[in-house]
Design a protein around this ligand. Structure first.
Ligand code: HEC
Length: 263
């Protein structure tokens, strides 16, 4: 990806190195080259705003990306747990080296295939050659316990423990029901990336899910300070000389897109 030139940012991420085509659009446009920009749903916007979870302490940013799928897993008495001390050898061979994100994905895929959102946390699913894994026994500890993603990682439920205001983003990651309900009063499901309440397993989509993106994608630039107040999420204030007002850096990019993204 070339963020240093107008052509480069319009080609997006991971374009074909010979033709520069088929990049992943940065600005929410349907394909690179199209002008139907959609800043609210743009990949660049989420990378600038969304902290990778868990935070405080934060993930270590690894340039080789090796920790993006979480730690390598082993199965003890049929139950998944991180290999200790935590290691990340799975990135180059995720199909064959069981890893935390692969485990969560397998549960999500099984839930979707089962067709029943109310099946609960004790329904068995398979991963890494084990057939009797369940959400409650094997997946949930990655959210309720500390030290599961890296040494010293905070448990998610320290911040996300109930569907009430005092729990960050009104999100309850302590139970099956909380995962189905999602964040912000159900308006931000964790099992897909939409902004409407999850009502059926058909709507589950691991690829675009908040849970996958928040666990896997580092906020950019790396090591942005994490503020619980969220006040730095839209970047610094900047002066907009056209309208004569202060706006945030993220909103300024949105205004540029609305104006047709001129060079
Ligand atoms: C120290 C507190 C803290 C911890 C620990 C924490 N989070 Fe968060 N989380 C936040 C805050 C604050 C936000 C909103 C700011 C942001 O988006 O970065 C947030 C946002 C989120 C969102 C987006 C919600 C939405 O409405 O779109 C998800 C999903 C999430 N966290 C998942 C997790 C998971 C999974 C873990 C554990 C692996 C975790 N969080 C651990 C504080 C925390």
């Amino acid at each position: 990806m070339d963020l240093g030139t107008y052509e480069g940012i319009m080609r997006g991420a991971d374009p074909d190195p010979d033709t520069y085509e088929d990049g992943h659009p940065l600005f929410g446009e349907s394909v690179t080259g199209a002008t139907d920009y959609d800043w609210d749903h743009a990949m660049l916007k989420s990378r600038l705003r969304n902290n990778r979870m868990p935070q405080a302490p934060a993930w270590e940013f690894m340039r080789d990306e090796s920790n993006r799928l979480g730690p390598d897993l082993e199965f003890v008495d049929g139950h998944a747990q991180p290999i200790r001390p935590i290691q990340y050898s799975n990135w180059d061979d995720p199909e064959n080296v069981p890893n935390a994100l692969g485990l969560v994905e397998a549960w999500v895929a099984d839930l979707k295939a089962g067709g029943d959102l109310t099946v609960g946390g004790d329904d068995p699913f398979s991963y890494g050659g084990e057939d009797n894994l369940t959400f409650n026994n094997d997946v949930l500890p990655f959210f309720t316990d500390g030290n599961m993603w890296f040494e010293g990682s905070t448990s998610c439920v320290e911040c996300h423990w109930g569907n009430i205001e005092e729990s960050f983003h009104l999100m309850d990651l302590s139970s099956y029901d909380g995962f189905i309900y999602g964040a912000d009063g159900g308006e931000h499901p964790v099992l897909n990336g939409t902004t409407t309440t999850l009502t059926s397993t058909d709507e589950i989509d691991w690829g675009s899910s908040r849970i996958k993106k928040r666990l896997r994608d580092n906020r950019m630039p790396p090591n942005s300070p994490f503020l619980l107040s969220e006040e730095n999420r839209d970047g610094p204030d900047v002066w907009d000389p056209v309208n004569g007002e202060i706006v945030t850096a993220v909103d300024l990019i949105g205004m540029w897109l609305e104006a047709g993204a001129p060079e």
